[in-house]
Design a protein around this ligand. Sequence first.
Ligand code: ADP
Ligand code: AMP
Length: 221
Amino acid sequence: MKKLNLIFLGPPGAGKGTVAKDVVERYGVPHISTGDMLRDAVSAGSELGKKVKSVMDSGQLVSDELLYDLVKDRLSRKDCNDGFILDGFPRNLDQAEDLDKILKELNLNLSGVIFLDVSEDEVVKRISNRRVCPKCSRVYNLISLKPKKDTICDDDGTPLIQREDDKAETVRKRYQIYIDKTSPLIKLYTERNQIVTIDASGTVDKVDEIVFNTLEELRQE
Ligand code: ADP
Ligand code: AMP
């Protein structure tokens, strides 16, 4: 069986984190979300967190140099030897080059890029209804993935919040950054014959099913 060394690509709000969580449950590979890692740094008030907070809140991208170190450190950890999901990285062509370098240095290969394809209107709708638990980071949706009770976390009862960068005025900007900077990666990985496009407009169960089938094929190749 081939390892699942994956990139999840797609606009903000496409459902990358949601599907990744379900893939982690099934295959046990670590989910490396650079957004989550940076948000953790902000919550912890670390040096990194202080550097990136205002950039993140405004919906802009953090510098490539900071991401390089963060991702290299994380991929160097032992748990990535049996597979990983990169979610939110690479986010531009320079970061794709950085990733090539990191993977080479760590003697890792990419198995494939899962591109979650969803329309702008759908991601805006998903993001505006996204709520997160500030304690455990679990992600909900007020329409499609509601918490069991009111707006509190099923796991720890903490009141859910809206991410600062999910506020309406920032969402369209982030989508535009995705189009300008991130979407060229689709062409890059298509040319390398490494991308699988998934119609991610359906329900979470439907998208999970398509992704699981795709991963089974990737494992057999
Ligand atoms: P990303 O990690 O790509 O930014 P998320 O996984 O956080 O996206 O999903 C964005 C929002 O949409 C969340 O509120 C999530 O609960 C919801 N969501 C995820 N997948 C779907 C889906 N297939 N259908 C409807 N809502 C979804
Ligand atoms: P996400 O959780 O993937 O939506 O990311 C939230 C925010 O974290 C982004 O809007 C950026 O400010 C920052 N971020 C996450 N990943 C990257 C990356 N690969 N490059 C630059 N900034 C990033």
